[in-house]
Design a binder for this molecule. Sequence first.
Ligand code: XBP
Ligand code: MG
Length: 259
Amino acid sequence: MNELKALIFDVDGTLADTERDGHRVAFNLAFAEAGLDWQWSVALYGQLLAVTGGKERIRYYLDEFNSDYELPGGGPEELTRYIARLHQAKTRHYTRMLADGAIPMRPGVKRLLQEARDSGLRLAIATTTTLANVTALLQHSLAADAASWFDVIAAGDMVKAKKPAPDVFMLALQKLGLTPRQCLAFEDSHNGIKSAMGADLCTVVTINAYTEGHDFSGAALVLDHYGEPDQPFTVLQGDAMGARFVNVDQLRQIHRSCY
Ligand code: XBP
Ligand code: MG
């Protein structure tokens, strides 16, 4: 049976606009703390987002944007350890920012998650970021017990290949014990939808400032945000089934239309 049983959410850019004023700032704080003169501007960070995952992004920056930089030691293993330490510091800064309430949920997210739970749908997360970052965001920006709203949190280094590889969505499906046809995915980026579609998931996209120009062909629906009764979404691609804000009845219709 292909009845809709679960919703699988990306985190960064989908549940909250975390990149520009969250992750980016935390990376810069970690660089400054380590005595590095690296500064990731809003525009440069947009380019760096081509690569998912913080450690992978630092390496991409060094390879493509700062290749003259001489790091201590120099060997490949030393570089891997150095990047891992930098990334640990970045996570510390980021989770502290979240604890200070720096990043709110996107419009409609809390309402939709509550409605989904009330209607018996299961919730899961498939993200590239670390588990520590996910739980801090949920706890501080959604509700103290919000991590327990999700049956499954598939995150970061739990899989070998990060998005756009499908691994993290496949892990979420496996942990849910469901098939792709029993679920809907929620994403915000090209890498994200590639990952979800690679796991055969029907996908709803909400864009943000960094992803508005991305290619979302194959998405069931593309919106500017999830919307609220007094703050309707704008449809950018696909059929919103007459809804003005994302709701469970509409998601069931979208899910049926995918198959
Ligand atoms: C999110 C990311 C993450 C964050 C940083 O991608 O790419 O890397 O920018 O997180 P997606 P970490 O939304 O597609 O999952 O530094 O914790 O890796
Ligand atoms: Mg994302």
